[in-house]
Write a protein that binds this ligand. Structure first.
Ligand SMILES: [Zn+2]
Length: 255
C-alpha cells in the first residue's frame, strides 16, 4: 500500500475540495479492501446519495470522509435528520475516514467504522444555518469519534503505518455480531459494556472491575433497576459471541 494520495488526476480540478475528493476516492479504490470479506471495493456512480463504495462480494456499503491535519474529536457529516433516519433503518453505510497531511499528501490515518457502531449517541446535532445562508435553517451533524469504542475504529493506516490485512479483517469480525442486533437500545447496552471493558484496558479482567461502572451505567440507563444483573447478562452475550471468554468464576479474558 502506497500511502501517498498524489495523482495527476487532480490537475483537472480547480477547487481544492474537489481535488481532495478525487484524490481520496481514487486512493481508497486502489488501496482499500473490504474489511468484511477482504474483497475489492468498487465505486458507485457519482452523487449516489447512499454511499461512495460497495463490495461486490458481500454487498457492504461504504461512505468516505476525509480531513486534513489531525483526526480530531468529531467529523462533520451531512443532514442531521437523514443521519438519524438512517440509523433506524438498514441503509446506513459503513464509514471510511481518511486523515491526511496537507503538505506531503500522505495518508496519516485511515479508519473504518462499522455501521453497527452508529447509535444516536454518536451523532451530534449542529446549529441550524443562519437566515443569511443559502440553505437557511438546514441542520447538519457531527460524528463524535470519541464516543465510539476503540473496537469500532479499525485502522488500515495508523500514524502513517500500514496495518496487516488479517488483523483488519479479524478486528471487523470480532464485533460483526452487533449487526444482528437491530434494536438500538439493546445494541447500545452492548456498546456501553464494551466501552467499560476498554476503559479497564486489560486483556484479563474481573467482574468487580466492570461493576465499578455501575453508577455511570445507571445514569445512562435510568430505567434499569438492576444494573449488576444487566452487566452479567451482557457479558454472557459477549461470551456467546466470542468477543470474550470466561476463564473462571468472575474472571474474563478478551479474545
Ligand atoms: Zn466484502
Amino acid at each position: 500500500m502506497d500511502i501517498n494520495l498524489y495523482s495527476t488526476l487532480s490537475n483537472n480540478y480547480s477547487s481544492n475540495s474537489q481535488k481532495i475528493r478525487v484524490l481520496t476516492e481514487k486512493w481508497a479504490l486502489e488501496n482499500i479492501f473490504c474489511p468484511s470479506c477482504g474483497g475489492i471495493i468498487s465505486d458507485y456512480e457519482n452523487n449516489k446519495p447512499v454511499a461512495d463504495f460497495y463490495c461486490g462480494s458481500c454487498s457492504e456499503d461504504y461512505e468516505l470522509k476525509s480531513k486534513k491535519d489531525k483526526i480530531g474529536k468529531k467529523i462533520v457529516d451531512g443532514a442531521y435528520s437523514t443521519m438519524i433516519e438512517r440509523l433506524q433503518s438498514d441503509t446506513n453505510p459503513n464509514f471510511f475516514f481518511l486523515n491526511y497531511d496537507k503538505n506531503s499528501l500522505n495518508v496519516s490515518n485511515f479508519i473504518v467504522i462499522p455501521k453497527h457502531f452508529f447509535t444516536p449517541e454518536i451523532i451530534e446535532k449542529r446549529n441550524p444555518l443562519s437566515s443569511t445562508a443559502k440553505r437557511a435553517g438546514w441542520i447538519g451533524c457531527n460524528i463524535l469519534l470519541e464516543t465510539i469504542p476503540q473496537s469500532g475504529k479499525i485502522f488500515y493506516v495508523k500514524d502513517n503505518k500500514v496495518q496487516s490485512k488479517n488483523e483488519i479483517i479479524d478486528n471487523w469480525n470480532k464485533t460483526v455480531f452487533l449487526k444482528e442486533n437491530k434494536n438500538l437500545d439493546s445494541r447500545g447496552w452492548l456498546l456501553d459494556i464494551i466501552k467499560c471493558i476498554e476503559k479497564i484496558n486489560k486483556k484479563d479482567f474481573m467482574l468487580n472491575e466492570i461493576y465499578q461502572f455501575e453508577n455511570y451505567l445507571r445514569l445512562k440507563h435510568p430505567n434499569n433497576n438492576n444494573i449488576q444483573a444487566k452487566i452479567r447478562q451482557q457479558l454472557q452475550i459477549l461470551r456467546d459471541k466470542k468477543f470474550l471468554y470466561f476463564s473462571s468464576r468472575g474472571k474474563y479474558k478478551l479474545r
